[in-house]
Write a protein that binds this ligand. Structure first.
Ligand SMILES: C[S@@+](CC[C@H](N)C(=O)[O-])C[C@H]1O[C@@H](n2cnc3c(N)ncnc32)[C@H](O)[C@@H]1O
Length: 275
């Protein structure tokens, strides 16, 4: 499949090209060449290097940390995501920021067609590929190192594009959304699973304590990297809320945009169609 250096950029992708002056304006995360890295501000160039360092550092313990820090709830959220995604045998999936391949595995287990897992981090992909090999391997799963902001796939080449807990880490969210829309065929669907804004105020103090005390402590003890998990907590707070993300999806041309909250909005699933 899929990897194609000769891709032609769609109007949506061009509109979100940071080389164009209007593009920075289109991505409110970027202010004069500076963007968020958690609560810190770094240059746009530095952000992807810092994110890569985070996932280099945690790749080996990523799966166990996910289970520990979410008490296994991330599995329930991913099952809900797969329920809504409803894989079919004839469909080709691109899972962006696919990491260790949880979404690809669920897609295949539920009868979906071929998958490309694309992630900027070779370490994460390596852990995922090894895990899949140990489970018996799957020739229909392709692992590609690539950036969500500049996907190595042709226009209109896939039926479904997913991104789970990845968009938060991307420097130019609007550009990544435009890219993921570009590679979808007309009639194809984009779905995003991401941390979002809790809808119950009583949850805030518990959630804050958990995020800023327990998570970095767990990161220190298990992954031996407190800062990586401090970044996780901070990046969640910086990510657009449900409504804002839906607006950004519409702006790159996705239609029938909807979302569903999970666990009172701690996470949310967004869906949109390229018509
Ligand atoms: C929290 S992990 C999520 C992994 C997997 N999707 C899951 O749900 O378990 C975030 C992933 O995003 C990847 N990532 C960060 N920035 C990226 C980018 N610009 N393009 C592609 N992948 C990116 C990281 O390397 C990491 O594997």
């Amino acid at each position: 499949m899929a990897a194609d250096g000769k891709k032609a950029k769609s109007a949506a992708a061009k509109a979100a090209d940071p080389a164009a002056p209007e593009a920075s304006a289109a991505d409110p995360k970027i202010r004069g060449g500076v963007t968020d890295f958690g609560f810190a501000e770094v240059s746009v160039e530095e952000k992807s290097a810092r994110v890569r360092e985070v996932f280099d550092s945690v790749a080996g313990s990523y799966d166990i940390m996910n289970d520990l820090m979410s008490l296994g709830i991330h599995r329930v959220w991913k099952q809900a995501f797969a329920d809504w995604l409803a894989p079919r045998a004839g469909q080709r999936l691109l899972d962006v920021a696919g990491g260790t391949g949880d979404i690809a595995t669920l897609w295949r287990k539920r009868g979906g067609g071929p998958v490309t897992v694309c992630d900027i981090n070779a370490e994460m992909i390596g852990v995922g590929r090894d895990r899949m090999m140990r489970a018996g391997g799957d020739d229909a799963v392709d692992w590609v190192v690539g950036n969500a902001e500049d996907l190595p796939l042709a226009d209109g080449s896939v039926d479904r594009v997913t991104i789970a807990f990845g968009l938060r880490n991307v420097t130019r969210i609007d550009r990544a959304l435009a890219e993921m829309t570009r590679v979808l065929r007309p009639g194809g669907r984009f779905m995003c699973l991401e941390f979002s804004r809790p809808t119950q105020p009583w949850l805030d103090p518990v959630y804050d304590t958990y995020s800023f005390k327990v998570l970095p402590w767990l990161g220190d003890r298990i992954a031996k990297d407190r800062e990586a998990y401090q970044y996780l907590a901070e990046s969640i707070r910086r990510f657009p809320d449900q409504q804002d993300l839906a607006e950004r999806m519409r702006r790159v041309g996705l239609e029938q945009v909807k979302w569903r909250n999970l666990s009172a909005g701690i996470a949310a699933i967004h869906s949109g169609w390229r018509l």
